[in-house]
Design a binder for this molecule. Structure first.
Ligand code: GLN
Length: 537
């Protein structure tokens, strides 16, 4: 039977519960245990797919096509495993299930209530992943902060489950903040005391406190926290600010978070932590021998979380290349006036980000024209590929009005158009082309050189595609489709032979890059940027 770890957060949001959960999971995994992580989000959206990136950061897509919270990206990047729809549950989904059951008459005339019906559905989903026999440990992260009204049913579910499972089968971790008051020159424990009190009011006694802090916790502070919050002294864990999120597993190892969890759950690892690959990665990450400047052109640049997986993929790819990747964030709208060259000429590579809607698209097209003509390495993802096709159609095929159906639905030159199966779709939630699809790669091509395979699987999230009516003209003019979906004939990859590095993909490679498996497209792009930089010099 699986054992369960529950992670809640207190004092403030954004303390990095996802990173702590992923780090603990990494350590348990490094001891030979099978671990997975799930996230329960207390908002009413059925999934984050309908959320604007400004609200909640990037929407992460799993292999099975679920639109999920970006923390699932951290879980996959740390653990090198795939997650699924079951790993992310929202209040909206819980209520949807309960209400559907009520409409079906499944509650046999009973009054349907938060307790027990909503909490039962939460508990059922909390246990689900642990029931198949695949996992020794299931870690459940609860989104939000203790004290939020909307978290209450989740905390109640944890309270009930902890009793039902028994003391050796579950453990509760509470992540809090220990602020440093510079005026008093002191770390303060009071917010944590209050947060634990709030948790106790829901009937949950945390077993372990993980304390985010800018400064080391002294023995006195640890003892005080243990006393006031009723946890063992060895269960007060310091989570000091780290240079990189990838340092956190090793910091947690030093604090013995994994050993404490294992001893509370009465489980043993199969061996001591095996973290050689992880340490090797960190070594590469921290000792770069080169630097490249990559322009990230998008429209959600104000919020770094909007491009989380892309940024992390560059961290992985930079390490492989022993190269620091300096991301220069450029707002696509800012390229719509003024001199594009002035903003892009110092870059060693340009990535055009995924996106939706018209805003900023002309700026992206201007940028692509510039990098194509100047020979600067180019990498387009999803909307980035679509804009590259429009740019080529306009300036090389002389189709001055070439556009996408997403931008001008009535245009006569839609080189990007709605996929046929999307035409009838009216609902927004969960209706895009989502999840993993096969792509066949042609040889010889840059794509084949990068992947070293003729068949790949990549994840998708889009409604529009390249209009195959224009494909022979585009190819005739030099922009080659080097990756095609063998079942639907949809173009998946396009490239420009003869250019230093010019490739666009309809899928989202950034969702597959992990510490142990950096994505080859990002690795090759960084390497091309390095070569470009040195040739230019
Ligand atoms: N808006 C485009 C589409 O739906 C691209 C989507 C994306 O970049 N993820 O096809």
């Amino acid at each position: 039977m699986a054992k369960y770890v529950f992670v809640t957060g207190g004092v403030t949001s954004s303390l990095g519960k996802g990173i702590i959960a992923a780090s603990l999971a990494k350590l348990l995994q490094s001891r030979g245990l099978n671990v997975t992580i799930q996230k329960f989000d207390p908002y009413i959206n059925v999934d984050p797919g309908t959320l604007n990136p400004y609200e909640h950061g990037e929407c992460y897509v799993t292999v099975d096509g679920a639109e999920t919270d970006l923390d699932l990206g951290h879980y996959e990047r740390f653990l090198n495993i795939s997650t699924s729809q079951a790993n992310n549950v929202t209040t909206g989904r819980i209520y949807q299930t309960v209400i559907n059951k009520e409409r079906a008459g499944d509650y046999l005339g009973k009054t349907v209530q938060i307790i027990p019906h909503i909490t039962d559905e939460i508990k059922r989903r909390m246990l689900l992943l642990g029931e198949g026999g695949d996992y020794d440990v299931v870690i459940t992260e609860i989104g939000g902060t203790v004290g939020d009204i909307e978290s209450l049913p989740y905390l109640e579910a944890i309270r009930q489950l902890t009793r039902e499972l028994g003391v050796n089968d579950s453990v509760s971790i509470h992540l809090t903040l220990i602020p440093y008051l510079s005026a008093a020159k002191e770390l303060k424990t009071k917010p944590t005391q209050h947060s634990v009190k709030e948790l106790l009011m829901t009937g949950i006694q945390p077993d372990i406190l993980v304390c985010r802090t800018e400064r080391s916790l002294t023995k006195e502070i640890r003892d005080k926290l243990a006393l006031f919050c009723n946890v063992n002294k060895n269960s007060v864990i310091e989570a000091i600010d780290a240079e990189s999120i990838y340092d956190v597993p090793l910091l947690m190892l030093k604090e013995k978070l994994d050993s404490i969890v294992m001893s509370k759950l009465k489980i043993k690892g199969k061996h001591d932590p095996q973290l050689d690959n992880w340490k090797h990665f960190l070594g590469m990450l921290k000792n770069p021998t080169d630097t490249v400047n990559i322009g990230l052109i998008g429209k959600y640049n104000e919020l770094q979380d909007a491009y989380k997986s892309i940024l992390e993929s560059f961290v992985h790819a930079g390490a492989v290349n022993e190269c620091k990747v300096n991301i220069v964030s450029i707002h696509s709208e800012s390229l719509e006036f003024g001199d594009v060259g002035e903003k892009l000429q110092h870059l060693d590579g340009v990535l055009i980000a995924p996106g939706f809607g018209e805003r900023g698209t002309e700026g992206k097209i201007e940028a692509i024209k510039y990098v194509r003509e100047q020979g600067i390495p180019f990498f387009g993802i999803c909307l980035g590929l679509q804009m590259a096709v429009i740019e080529y159609a306009r300036h090389v095929l002389d189709l001055a009005k070439a556009t996408s159906e997403e931008i001008k639905p009535r245009s006569k030159t839609k080189v990007i158009h709605l996929m046929p199966e999307q035409v009838k779709v009216k609902q927004k939630g969960g209706t895009m082309r989502l999840g993993s699809y096969e792509c066949e790669i042609k040889k010889p091509s840059l794509a084949y050189k990068i992947y070293k395979s003729t068949s790949i699987q990549e994840r998708h999230r889009h409604r529009y595609e390249i209009n195959n009516e224009y494909l022979s003209d585009l190819e005739g003019a030099g922009l080659i489709a080097s990756g095609i979906n063998p079942l639907t004939n949809l173009v998946e990859i396009m490239e420009l032979p003869g250019h230093q590095f010019f490739i666009g993909v309809q899928f989202h490679p950034e969702l597959k890059s992990t510490v142990e498996n950096p994505h080859p497209l990002f690795v090759s792009f960084v390497s091309a940027a390095k070569s470009y930089k040195h040739e230019k010099a």
